[in-house]
Design a protein. Structure first.
Length: 109
């Protein structure tokens, strides 16, 4: 039942795009250079985000199990700092990349 609803929506969307005089070919949709680059970039950003989240959780675990061991607390703090800085760099780079790609697509480049 759900598959037919999605197919119906897809068919309606196709009819709407054809009525707006936009009819992309299959190769344009699936093999565009920007779409492939965007897909690879999105997957890389997701993988890096998962990595930084795991680092953050690992540092929290180390800190919680330190039991007063200053060396382990210092190690956990360093991991926290690295994970937070990495996450900030990742967020800023993703924002810059998406902004640039938006303007490239909007300008027709």
């Amino acid at each position: 039942m759900r598959l037919t609803a999605v197919k119906t929506f897809g068919e309606r969307l196709q009819k709407f795009s054809q009525s707006a005089l936009y009819n992309p070919t299959e190769t344009e949709i699936e093999t565009g250079l920007f779409s492939r680059f965007g897909l690879v970039l999105r997957q890389a950003l997701i993988a890096a985000g998962i990595l930084f989240t795991i680092l953050f959780l690992w540092a929290a675990y180390l800190w919680m199990t330190a039991q007063g061991n200053e060396e382990q607390v210092k190690r956990a703090r360093n991991i926290f700092t690295a994970a937070i800085v990495g996450m900030m760099i990742l967020s800023f780079s993703a924002a810059i990349t998406y902004t640039i790609s938006y303007f490239l697509i909007a300008s027709g480049g």
